[in-house]
Design a protein around this ligand. Structure first.
Ligand code: OFO
Length: 162
């Protein structure tokens, strides 16, 4: 059985995961109309991943006998000046989400909810990976320094994401 506080915090995290999904779908749509199909595909995959993160949380809340409440999703931006700006926004966003997960874990400790703490370990690891991937792409884009050919090849490479 989940405590009310943990149930509410897990519902807030479900909302944050859909917020992430919504942001990445928005970036994907932006690149699709900006003639960068590889970046668009990469962000579309990210959109699906985030939906998966939300689903996993939903299943967990239900398994523990909690109630899932789907709240409205916060508005997201719709355009970016450059791929670098989109990935910098992505990193900032992931850092915010990491902060949420850390607070959630701290709450499970206060509430002595070790099952939820254990469940959240997967999310802690996932955030490390997501921040590191965004940082690597930002570094690549900084190296490319706006060069059209460099952007073209990075677009091709990111488009290879399964
Ligand atoms: Fe759900 O991992 Fe990013 O936000």
């Amino acid at each position: 059985m989940l405590s009310k506080k943990v149930e509410e915090a897990l519902n807030a995290q479900i909302n944050a995961e859909f917020w992430s999904a919504y942001l990445y779908l928005s970036i994907s749509v932006h690149f699709e109309s900006d003639g960068k199909p590889g970046f668009a595909k990469w962000f579309k995959a990210q959109f699906h991943e985030e939906q998966g993160h939300a689903s996993k949380l939903i299943d967990y809340v239900i398994t523990r006998g909690g109630k899932v409440t789907l709240a409205p999703i916060k508005e997201v931006p719709t355009s970016w000046d450059s791929p670098l700006q989109a990935f910098e926004d992505t990193l900032k966003h992931e850092q915010i989400v990491t902060g949420y997960i850390n607070k959630l874990v701290a709450l499970t400790r206060e509430e002595s909810d070790y099952a939820t703490e254990s469940f959240l370990k997967w999310y802690i690891d996932e955030q490390v990976e997501e921040e590191s991937t965004a940082t690597a792409i930002i570094d690549a884009l900084k190296g490319i320094n706006g060069n059209g050919l460099g952007i073209f090849f990075l677009d091709k490479e990111l488009g290879g994401r399964k």
